[in-house]
Design a binder for this molecule. Structure first.
Ligand code: ADP
Ligand code: MN
Length: 261
């Protein structure tokens, strides 16, 4: 019944009418009945009314564009749907093991439950980050493995660019965003008690002239036994990217002290 409100084709800007029968078949191929049920709950909740298309297909999750049919609701939504495939769980294990917030979970062998825990973890991390006013998409709702957050866009219907794709005006601008990234990491650590643990030019977005952090499902607290290793990796990724842009970068050790001290 909700299939005509869901379009899973690559997202294109413009009014979306998704009524044809072929669409229904496509939707049901891409989204399993359980996922469709959770999407129906979200649509019933009146937060948003429509999925307009797919923004990103990844190994662990797909991200879709959502809107409300009521023109008063100007917010656009990013709907991240985690995949239940077992293959990706091996990669996640090292983040989950040692996460004291998940340690007592008896669900670690069950992919359906794990994917739900994983989505909840991203939602909780986003709430924490957003509350500390570190730029990130505003979290709106979670239903099982389906997470709804603010869609970062410059109003042109397209997602705001990842740092990787951003067209820097000059060296000065590169430097400005490099420093913003470092400050972001420090605030994540100091104010949110989180290490991103997958931070790079792929998981940061330039939106509204600010650097935003996304994709925080694997982020861990500083007391995670691997937290400081993850932090060193994050610092290395950031330095590698910005170093290649031709600016002077700080030594990894001084960044580490800046973030943790
Ligand atoms: P994964 O890397 O696990 O597939 P991400 O959370 O990084 O998942 O999302 C994948 C891509 O979708 C991002 O690289 C980004 O281009 C886009 N995206 C994700 N969340 C948003 C958002 N809130 N606003 C705009 N684009 C987003
Ligand atoms: Mn990502």
């Amino acid at each position: 019944k909700y299939a005509d409100k869901i379009n899973t084709e690559p997202f294109k800007k413009g009014p979306q009418v998704t009524k044809d029968r072929a669409n229904r078949a496509t939707v049901e191929q891409v989204l399993d009945p359980r996922t469709l049920r959770f999407l129906a709950k979200i649509i019933n909740s009146n937060l948003m009314s429509r999925i307009n298309g797919c923004i990103s297909t990844g190994k662990e999750a797909n991200v879709y564009h959502g809107t409300h049919d009521d023109a008063e609701v100007e917010t656009e939504f990013a709907v991240k749907i985690y995949k239940t495939s077992i293959l990706v769980f091996k990669d996640r294990k090292r983040y989950v093991d040692g996460d004291f917030r998940l340690r007592n979970s008896k669900d670690q062998g069950n992919p359906r439950k794990m994917v739900k825990i994983w989505a909840e973890k991203e939602y909780r991390n986003l709430c924490r980050i957003h509350q500390s006013k570190v730029p990130c998409p505003r979290p709106y709702m979670i239903k099982s493995h389906v997470l709804v957050m603010q869609f970062l866009t410059e109003g042109d219907g397209q997602p705001s660019p990842k740092v990787k794709d951003y067209d820097f005006q000059d060296g000065e601008e590169v430097e400005r965003y490099y420093k913003e990234m470092l400050i972001c990491m420090r605030r994540l650590f100091q104010d949110c008690r989180l290490v991103h643990a997958d931070l790079s030019e792929y998981n940061s977005i330039i939106h509204d002239d600010k650097l935003y952090i996304i994709d925080v499902s694997q982020s861990v607290e500083p007391d995670h036994p691997m937290a400081l290793d993850f932090l060193r990796m994050d610092i290395k990724n950031v330095n590698d990217f910005f170093g290649k842009k031709g600016i002077n970068i700080y030594p990894e050790k001084s960044i580490f002290s800046f973030i943790t001290a």
